[in-house]
Design a protein around this ligand. Structure first.
Ligand SMILES: [Zn+2]
Ligand SMILES: [Zn+2]
Length: 346
């Protein structure tokens, strides 16, 4: 089968690799329909170290996947060949302390689709996953929408940590695809006073379209002062989605005393520093987000019910052979790209 292989920093190759096969009785062989390019896939393209660990190239990434069932194992009961599915990319054991505590996303022996060293990802024609990782999608849902349920689920999980009942003024720092999903979720939850920042004009415009009331560019203006001019008491919640250490500091300046800062962005740096005195005096709570915990089904329901429209976030669709170009476009944020995806039907 054809696979999109990261062979080193800045190197993307289309390779012929063996097709994965059904091993366990509950395995399902899937034919990939659409695979999104995520910021984490980009990390392995931009840097050969992530989170303090060396990237074990070659890597087949891709965990934002919609697919068609091609074949099923002998114990599979819910799926049939031809079924259209959304994919939960995280395979947890179900028996460790974390799984038993309702935290399968921090499972002690977690395997994540497209995570180097765990399992080859969906940036390939075929992938095998257990039946329990697949959610059927309705006929009316597009494969692109089904793929977007995964990034949307990250935003839903973050909102659950950052406050299910958010206050009237909220900042979202960084409006790439996940930041935009956070804005869409806040908007759907009835929050109207949403302040966003991003260094890309296309992303700032998209955030306003998604429902933000104000957007600013930290390269060109003092975003903290401008937001606090409008809201002198500060933000009730701040979502940091850029991974930029400067934004973490901005979040600390923006948040109200007693407020929550939810860290979703993945910094390239292994360590970041922040002003402890301000954080302590305000008694700020920091929530770190690890992917998501069982939010995929809700994401699909919100998309299906047209409560949240994610389809327009996919600004660029590429054929598999165009993948080297696709990575470049996303890494360099060319052509006003928001979310890029590889569409295996192209
Ligand atoms: Zn992702
Ligand atoms: Zn577990």
């Amino acid at each position: 089968m054809k696979a999109i292989v990261l062979s080193g920093v800045g190197r993307v190759e289309i390779r012929e690799v063996p097709r994965p096969s059904i091993q366990a009785a509950d395995d399902v062989l899937l034919r990939t329909a659409v695979a999104g390019l995520c910021g984490s896939d980009l990390h392995y393209y931009i840097a050969d170290r992530v989170g303090g660990e060396a990237v074990p190239y070659p890597v087949i990434g891709g965990h934002e996947v919609s697919a068609l069932v091609e074949a099923v194992g002998s114990a599979v009961t819910r799926m049939r060949p031809g079924d259209r599915v959304a994919v939960e990319p995280s395979i947890s054991c179900g028996t460790c302390d974390q799984c038993r505590a309702g935290r399968p996303h921090t499972c002690r022996s977690i395997k994540f689709l497209g995570h180097p060293g765990d399992k080859d990802g969906g940036l390939a024609e075929f992938v095998v996953l257990p039946e329990r990782n697949l959610l059927p999608i309705p006929d009316a849902m597009t494969m692109t929408e089904a793929m977007m349920a995964e990034p949307l689920s990250i935003a839903l999980h973050a909102l659950r940590l950052g406050g299910a009942n958010p206050g009237p003024a909220i900042a979202v720092l960084g409006t790439g695809p996940i930041g935009l999903c956070v804005v869409l979720c806040l908007q759907a939850a009835g929050v109207r006073d949403i302040y966003v920042t991003d260094k890309s004009e296309a992303r700032a415009q998209a955030a306003l379209k998604a429902g933000a009331a104000w957007s600013g560019n930290p390269d060109r203006q003092d975003v903290v002062r401008e937001i606090l001019d409008r809201r002198p008491l500060g933000m009730d919640a701040v979502y940091e989605v850029s991974g930029d250490p400067a934004a973490v500091e901005q979040a600390i300046q923006l948040i109200k005393p007693g407020g929550r800062i939810t860290l979703i962005g993945i910094p390239l740096e292994e360590r970041i520093a922040y002003p402890t005195a301000v954080a302590r005096r305000k008694e700020i709570a920091f929530y770190n987000v690890r992917r998501q915990n069982r939010c995929l089904e809700r994401a699909l329901l919100l998309i299906e019910g047209k409560h949240i429209d994610v389809s327009w976030l996919v600004s660029h669709a590429f054929a598999p052979d165009e993948a080297p170009h696709a990575f470049k476009v996303v890494a360099e944020r060319r052509d006003g790209v928001l979310k890029a995806a590889v569409d295996f039907s192209l």
